[in-house]
Design a protein around this ligand. Structure first.
Ligand code: HEC
Ligand code: HEC
Ligand code: HEC
Length: 428
């Protein structure tokens, strides 16, 4: 009897393993000799370049500016470090021997030319939504770039996360392969925006929190998440900024890197705006803005909302130093207010209004701490503007009291906890 049960369990396990291996196993696609870039039309390559920008291929696949797409960028995960691969057309170390079919399979199913499963740090969970034409244009663009010989460092993922076959199980749970499906109740422009956001732009890869296995938690879609040690704010109605993300403001932010009623794009979002969206035509950014303002359910007079929140804190800004109470308030007046002060009705992108900025109303102070410590470089925010960092001018306790002051006077959100420790943790 006992023998029979054990036998049954063993047989079932072997069967389950066999089924799993059958699902997990993928064939290799025959290598080709590297395509001649002359074989692609210039229009196709140009369209591919815009898509590569939207997809931030270069941001993730480049470590040195003189070796674009040659890979090697470290992607720290809770399970170890993964490195991006060389996607230049180099036949040995890059993807020069990948046919268009192999490339399309990688983009859509996360499988290499030889049949291994790819980690979802490569956002194929989004790229799978790209149309046939767009995938083909991307291939043309990638295959027309200079071939660079470069081998990325070995991944340092811990067992069992280093077993690529197991990714087949991850995919069964969390991955839906398939092209973008038009939402018929919405306009064509909205659909274009959603197609870019969900597909090439992979916006939710940063703006949606992930579960313990690294998959986007769809029950919390667009609710904001911490990524690369920056906070990517909620883009839906949970966004706490007082003036919502209307179509006009979203467009200004995505096109130029800043909106007077919000603030500027720093950190990873600066890469998205200044490297990624730079080549995209206006029509695409307008479409993204239509989609975004619908997601945020934003409308109304931005200047009026700005004036009403500014009125609350301008009372603080106008006090004379002798009547100021706390250290935070004094520090803000001396260190920040000269640049961060707006007259009513003249809200200015060059002087982000603290009461309107998501960094101050966000659930985590990470962005505010990082901007206060390191400032805003010329590569971030508005390209013509910068902000000095205060890492050397102020100590942890001073920054903590300054930021606590901003939080309590410029928002109606609960105080942040452990601020001083959090400032210390963010010191470069
Ligand atoms: C968020 C970072 C990120 C972005 C953005 C990104 N990739 Fe990747 N990509 C990776 C990582 C990491 C890998 C390696 C995954 C692995 O080893 O399993 C990878 C692997 C690949 C591969 C498989 C290559 C191989 O040799 O196995 C291809 C093809 C690829 N990416 C193309 C692209 C293209 C095209 C774009 C832009 C449309 C892009 N990637 C954008 C991170 C990224
Ligand atoms: C690589 C990660 C990443 C990707 C991809 C990304 N974002 Fe962001 N996003 C961020 C971060 C981080 C911030 C916060 C930047 C700041 O505070 O200036 C941000 C901020 C924003 C904001 C401002 C929110 C606010 O309330 O201040 C908007 C709007 C936005 N992103 C839209 C988008 C759209 C649309 C896309 C896709 C085209 C996108 N993001 C893709 C990381 C990302
Ligand atoms: C010399 C002028 C100047 C001073 C002083 C200054 N800032 Fe700024 N700050 C700026 C400018 C300009 C920007 C926008 C930069 C850009 O667009 O590139 C900015 C941006 C910001 C942002 C917006 C970041 C975002 O994601 O939207 C915050 C927050 C901020 N500053 C906080 C502070 C704090 C706190 C202080 C005082 C400790 C301070 N600033 C002092 C000029 C200044």
């Amino acid at each position: 009897m006992f023998k029979k049960i054990v036998g049954g369990v063993v047989a079932l396990s072997v069967l389950a393993l066999a089924i799993f291996l059958l699902i997990a196993w993928e064939p290799s696609i025959d290598p080709i000799s590297t395509p001649n870039p002359g074989g692609f039309s210039e229009e196709q390559i140009n369209r591919g370049e815009v898509l590569a920008g939207l997809g931030n291929c270069e941001t993730c696949h480049t470590t040195a500016p003189n070796k674009p797409l040659a890979g090697g960028r470290a992607m720290p995960t809770p399970f170890g470090t993964l490195y991006s691969t060389n996607i230049t057309p180099d036949p040995k170390t890059g993807i020069g021997q990948w046919s268009e079919e192999a490339f399309a399979r990688a983009m859509r199913e996360g499988i290499t030319q030889s049949g291994s499963h790819l980690f979802p740090a490569f956002p194929y969970t989004h790229f799978t939504k790209l149309s046939d034409d767009d995938t083909s244009d991307l291939y043309a663009y990638i295959m027309s770039q200079s071939a660079i010989q470069a081998e990325p460092p070995e991944n340092t993922l811990e067992f069992p996360f280093n077993i690529r076959l197991l990714l087949a199980g991850w995919k069964l749970l969390f991955f839906d392969e398939g092209r973008y499906e038009t939402e018929t109740s919405k306009s064509e422009e909205w659909n274009r925006g959603a197609y870019i956001a969900e597909g090439a732009g992979h916006c939710s890869a940063c703006h949606t929190p992930r579960n313990v296995l690294g998959a986007e938690d769809t029950s919390k879609a667009w609710e904001g998440a911490i990524i690369n040690n920056w906070y990517a704010p909620a883009l839906n109605t949970s966004n706490r900024t007082p003036a919502g993300w209307t179509e006009t403001e979203a467009y200004k932010y995505l096109r130029n890197g800043g909106s007077p009623f919000h603030g500027v794009a720093v950190g990873s979002m600066a890469d998205v705006v200044h490297d990624g969206l730079k080549q995209a035509p206006d029509s695409d950014l307008r479409a993204l803005s239509v989609w975004l303002s619908d997601l945020a359910q934003a409308s109304g007079d931005q200047q009026a909302s700005a004036n009403s929140v500014s009125a609350i804190h301008s009372a603080h800004n106008n006090q004379s130093p002798s009547t100021m109470m706390g250290e935070g308030e004094r520090l803000f007046t001396y260190a920040c207010a000269a640049c961060h002060y707006n007259e009513p009705d003249s809200t200015n992108t060059l002087r982000p209004d603290m009461a309107l900025n998501s960094a101050i109303s966000a659930p985590t102070p990470i962005n505010l701490i990082r901007v206060t410590l390191n400032g805003v470089s010329l590569k971030e925010g508005l390209p013509e503007a910068m902000m000095p960092g205060f890492a050397h001018a102020l100590d942890d306790r001073q920054i903590a009291s300054l930021l606590a002051y901003l939080r309590s006077t410029h928002t109606d959100q609960p105080a942040w906890t452990n601020l001083e420790q959090q400032v210390r943790d963010q010191r470069p």
